[in-house]
Ligand binder design. Structure first.
Ligand code: SF4
Length: 437
């Protein structure tokens, strides 16, 4: 009887750029390709996927230069297939294959559930392009989570796309209109993740608090709070206008919901907020923070800021500095305005780049001072840490506190996946040191 010769698994290399949702998408894309195992070396791969981000200027150029670096690998291995996925794939489409013929497939974030068929097509020597916003829900066509042990913290997409159309942002064009996944599917995926060792999920959405998949986000969080084995819940990224009273109340009545909230505001100037089409004022944002802190006084606030937005004056910038000083952020991400093709702001007169750089440095200096002062205020306090991996030093474990601080636990007895009580002993620039109590 002839022996069945099993094909060795092919190797898949995925390079992920950008946001947490791209990290999640890369995981789902890897899981959707039967017969592949992942490799962390491009020169060892049979398929290379670049999962791209389009949020900042030159994003597309970065992808083309990366493709230029990968092209020679195809000369060494003619069976190698190269694909571009994510938001640059969505924005550029066929242009990618025109500019770089070494690319075999291009697929957008809304249609990567068709990757298996596209892979079969390119294995026949054809190319494949798909940047549709398909009617069907891609999650219905993606297989369940792969049966493998996982890290204790995982991302879980619950909503995609955005209807806000902020004047600087490409997301509504690359990710499309807001779509919420059915709550029962999300709860099942969370249960699948818990069965594989996950103890914490971060619910993802470009506008996550606009979630409406048969439940509101607050109701979904409470439902997930009843999943056995799931210890901690977070969510990101929120818009101030969708922080309703019930979601704020969930921060008080759902113990598994962590006291950390990422709530971008972008500017402290009402004039600029208007020109950004953010549909709220600095005052309403500050009132909202007060209402959130009223129900959860220890909540760690995180924000996003853009400096040098078209026509921003020194007075506008000062309003941003004043807002940051008032909120006192544990974390804040700040960037110089970046022209995005096709967005309303890209047509407007730009701020002098030197001026914008100088403002960014002043803002980042303020944010670092705030962040470090909050880190220092943790010394002597008791925290709860989800242990994620072994630390560099012997007997040291590394994890995240409920406030999302990185915590090094010395002389740890806790194992990966445990949630332990610790006392903070020291604050460093970006992390804390602690001992178990
Ligand atoms: S809310 Fe966020 S994702 Fe939506 S358009 Fe504005 S910046 Fe972009």
């Amino acid at each position: 009887m002839s022996e069945i010769k099993l094909e060795p698994p092919k190797k898949l290399f995925i390079k992920t750029y950008g946001c947490q949702m791209n990290v999640y998408d890369s995981e789902r894309m890897a899981e959707s390709l039967e017969g592949y195992v992942q490799t962390d070396r491009a020169d060892d791969a049979d398929m290379i996927l670049l999962n791209t981000c389009h949020i900042r200027e030159k994003a597309a150029e970065k992808v083309y230069s990366e493709l230029g670096r990968l092209k020679p690998l195809k000369e060494l291995n003619p069976d190698l297939k190269i694909g571009v996925t994510g938001c640059v794939a969505q924005a550029e489409g066929a242009e990618i294959m025109r500019r770089q013929p070494a690319v075999d497939l291009v697929v957008g974030p809304q249609s990567y559930h068709r990757l298996p068929q596209m892979e079969a097509r390119v294995r026949k020597g054809l190319t494949a392009l798909d940047t549709d916003f398909p009617e069907e829900d891609k999650f219905e066509h993606l297989k369940g989570r792969k049966k493998m042990q996982r890290a204790p913290a995982a991302f879980l997409t619950v909503q995609e796309g955005c209807d806000k159309f902020c004047a600087f942002c490409v997301v509504p064009y690359t990710r499309g209109a807001e779509v919420s996944r059915p709550a029962d599917k999300i709860i099942r995926e969370a249960q699948e993740l818990v069965e594989r060792g996950v103890r914490e999920v971060t619910l993802l959405g470009q506008n996550v608090n606009a979630y409406h998949g048969g439940m509101t986000l607050a109701e979904l969080i409470r439902a997930l709070g009843r999943v056995d084995g799931l210890e901690r819940i977070r969510y990101t990224t929120s818009h101030p206008n969708d922080m309703d009273d019930d979601l704020i109340a969930a921060h008080a009545d759902t113990p598994k919901l962590m006291p950390y909230l990422h709530l971008p505001v972008q500017s402290g100037s009402d004039r600029i907020l208007k020109r950004m089409n953010r549909s709220h004022t600095a005052e309403s944002y500050l009132r909202l923070i007060e209402r959130i802190r009223a129900v959860r006084p220890d909540i760690m606030m995180s924000g996003d800021f853009i400096v040098g937005f078209p026509e921003e004056t020194e007075a506008d910038f000062q309003a941003t500095m004043d807002l940051v000083a008032q909120v006192n952020y544990g974390y804040a991400y700040s960037f110089k305005y970046s022209t995005r093709p096709g967005t309303p702001a890209s047509e407007r007169p730009q701020v002098d780049p030197v001026e914008a750089d100088e403002r960014l440095q002043r803002l980042q200096a303020l944010i670092s001072r705030q962040q470090y002062a909050i880190q220092e205020s943790m010394v002597g306090r008791d925290l709860s840490v989800l242990v994620e991996k072994a630390g560099r030093n012997a007997g040291q474990m590394l994890g995240k506190s409920e406030y999302l601080h990185s915590v090094h636990i010395d002389n740890a007895t806790a194992q990966i996946g445990d949630v332990v009580r610790v006392r903070c002993t020291r604050a460093m620039t970006n992390s804390l040191t602690a001992v178990e109590i």
